[in-house]
Design a protein around this ligand. Structure first.
Ligand code: ATP
Ligand code: BTN
Length: 333
């Protein structure tokens, strides 16, 4: 497995971030000495950190600190926590401080033929993507933003239900850290305590009838600050408020431990292998819901998913199936 980190405007701030990551107070003088720059240069760097949304605190007469510290992603720490199967499947691990979108970057790699088995994490995304052109809010070190590229032979129908299966894999990873109250919302969300904790975005490229590629994108909130989360227009939650102290590197590795074998096996086993697990975590099982497409709405009771991952809506004694992603599911008012 190859491991690398990529260039970004934040790269020049890495040394000061690494010093402040411990959450302790550091004087301007000690920072300057450790970085080999003047106090004025330190001050400039600290101002930039604030522009990236990091809550730097100035402690009168003593210096500066990042309250709570930072648990930065590290290729070495992730690599150490990978299990042997994942290590074998992972061709390249890329860590970025900042990119527009890890999905966008991996799609480019897939088109260049060098994205298979590549996992990319970003501390911050400037244009994180949700479904249908929506935005995924991903402030620096506030979550885990991960994309994995995978090449399949045999056409896109083999991937039916994959976004739901990815949800099951994420729930399994979170269970290893004893995160309580995890549920799955059809088709692509992980919820916790009635709020959105994570989202899954699958993007495809290549020949959809034969050799095609999928980029599996996952955004998971670990610790979002209120000001950066203000742009989220629906109820959200982060891990910090339900199970504090989870190590992001171990969680990142656990996600890969569950996701890489899933991608390897999915063309053979399909959603059938995950359906029971998905149903056991169904956020809306037996609840009244409303489904909304661009120009139509349906109401009824959500009664699970079929073997392909299609949502089953019960209304007027009949079952109606909804496939894939062009409809939005909400609890009925
Ligand atoms: P659906 O389309 O199924 O109704 P949805 O409303 O969750 O689902 P998605 O496109 O799946 O929509 O996800 C994007 C949405 O997620 C955004 O419009 C925003 O409301 C929300 N969102 C963005 N960033 C975050 C975040 N960090 N945490 C939780 N939710 C977020
Ligand atoms: C959703 O709920 O709509 C899906 C959100 C997916 C967000 C992740 S973050 C990593 C990857 N890169 C992106 O630009 N989006 C996905």
């Amino acid at each position: 497995m190859q491991s690398s980190s990529s260039n970004s405007p934040l790269e020049s701030l890495r040394p000061v971030l690494n010093l402040l990551a411990d959450g302790e107070v550091h004087s301007g003088e000690s920072l300057g000495a450790a970085l080999g720059v003047s106090r004025a240069a330190v001050w400039k760097q600290l101002q930039k950190l604030e522009r990236y949304g990091l809550a730097l605190e100035s402690v009168k007469g003593r210096g500066y600190r990042l309250p709570g510290g930072l648990n930065l992603l590290s290729g070495e720490a992730i690599g150490t926590a990978l299990d042997p199967a994942a290590r074998e499947l992972l061709r390249e691990l890329i860590l970025c401080d900042e990119v527009d979108s890890t999905n966008g970057q991996l799609l480019l790699r897939m088109e260049e033929g060098c994205g298979h088995g590549v996992a990319m994490f970003a501390e911050r995304q400037t244009a994180g993507r949700g479904r249908r052109g929506r935005t995924w809010v991903s402030p620096f070190s506030g979550g885990i933003n991960l994309s994995i590229g995978w090449q399949f032979n045999g056409g896109v129908q083999l991937l039916e239900g994959l976004s739901l299966a990815v949800g099951v894999a994420l729930a399994r990873a979170l269970a290893e850290f004893e995160v309580p109250d995890i549920r799955l919302k059809w088709p692509n969300d992980v919820w916790c305590r009635e709020r959105k904790l994570a989202g899954v975005l699958l993007e495809l490229s290549g020949d959809l009838t034969d050799r095609c590629a999928v980029v599996v994108g996952i955004g998971l909130n670990v610790g979002l600050r209120g000001d950066s989360a203000a742009a989220i227009d629906q109820p959200w939650i982060d891990l910090q408020s339900v199970r504090a102290g989870i190590d992001r590197n171990r969680l990142a590795a656990s996600m890969l431990n569950h996701l890489l074998p899933l991608l390897r096996d999915y063309p053979e086993c399909g959603f059938g292998a995950y359906r029971e697990a998905w149903l056991a975590l169904d956020q809306f099982a037996g609840r009244p819901v409303r489904l909304q497409s661009a120009n139509q709405a349906w109401t009824g009771t959500a009664v699970g998913v079929d073997m392909s991952g299609a949502l089953i809506l019960e209304a007027d004694g009949e079952h109606k199936l909804f496939h894939g992603g062009e409809v939005s599911l909400r609890e009925a008012p």
